[in-house]
Design a protein around this ligand. Sequence first.
Ligand SMILES: [Zn+2]
Length: 481
Amino acid sequence: MNRFRLFCRLAVILALTAIVFTPADAKKTKTPTPKYVFFMIGDGMGINQVYGAQNYNQTTGDGPQFINFTQFPVRTMVTTFSASSLVTDSAASGTALATGVKTYNNGLGVDPDHNPVHGLCEWAHAKGFGAGVATTVGVNHATPAAFYGHADNRNEYEKIAQQLIDSDFIDFAAGGGFIVERNTGHDSKYFEDRARDAGITVLKGRDQFRNLGRQKGRVICIDDFESSTDVPFAMDQKPEDTTLSDFVQAGIDHLYGNYGKKGFFFMVEGGEIDGAGHNNDAICNIKEINDFAKAIDVVLAFYEKHPDETLILVTADHETGGLELGDNYIMHPELLYGHTKSEGEINKLFREFAGVGPDRNPLPNRRIPPYHEMQQFLSEHLGLWSTIPVSEPQEAHFRDLYHRAFVLNETEMVEALYSVSNRIVSDAITYADRQAGYIWTHGGHTGSPVGLYVKGAGAVEFNACTDNTMISQIIKRLAKY
Ligand SMILES: [Zn+2]
């Protein structure tokens, strides 16, 4: 072939290539603009928590074989350190996720110099989009509060509660209630009434918020569990209890009903994954993650109807408990199957069993149960001795604890961040978890990076994320906030 003919051929190929890649096609491949953005945050949900839950589900058949977001097309990880520590708390990491600004631990919606910083809900609303937050803990707890509030310290709960009421850019909020400060004489109802006085519709229990599509104006949904501002742990819930999935469905109904044409931003927190981590309670942690995944199923059902316009991000604010998977090559997740109530509920039952009052002192005329009844108790609620063999040194340890509690009358308690547990119950759970291969390093947060799992319009853009402050910036750019 002579040079001229070769040149002609090349020219034809180049021309064809130019036809194939017309500007119209270039337009098609440009980054899509997500209209409906879901930001799902598992509080304290480290990578080992997620895959430890999946290991349990796969071994026992009790839960999804693949936790939905582990199958999302984009999976990366982000660092979580705060401005004051390599190990963040939920206020600093919530601020980083909501606003893109690193702050000091306990700082909420403020920068290290205590100036207020603004974030996704406010940005979205300023551009005419809807905005909402939902959680399983109090609506003014650190993670949701970082999306609307500003406080030098996250524990200024009543100031933050009022900020939620005053935040007209929050169209929808849901959670277990308003957390109040000690010694103010207030309760959640006090702030619910203040919210009503401000013109917000406050609804309690899922029966009241089943069809929110036509509900106009701002809405706050609260569960119907009066004695706590936390929704009960998933493993302790009764069928009639309000769940995170109910909150998410209510939020979608309300936000889509009011902003369907324009779009919305919705932050959803699995807030008690962290509590189970602080308690070092593996099965409770697993069930909270499965419950969070159920709420994500509700979001995925919405995604199926709007696949080109929906963006779903799942991440965590930090890891809690320093969870290790496997003890020297051995892991038996199925050994957790006999553990059927959260540590807190087992403690309540143990108090009754041991004849100890709520003040932790032995009740007058209590019956001292024999040791074998304590064994039965731990077998019934944790599977010790029945499904989990108890080693000789551990048996000696339980006998020693029994002697101290029931013969010497020394009730020993173990304090976690959000709970206080009888030493016998706490040590039994730690032992059972270890036999199953779920080994907790301590009761606090760690500086481990966390997973970022993304699906939908613009998902691939999040491959660029290496730190938690970058996520909100990319959402802002993509969704045009
Ligand atoms: Zn925590």
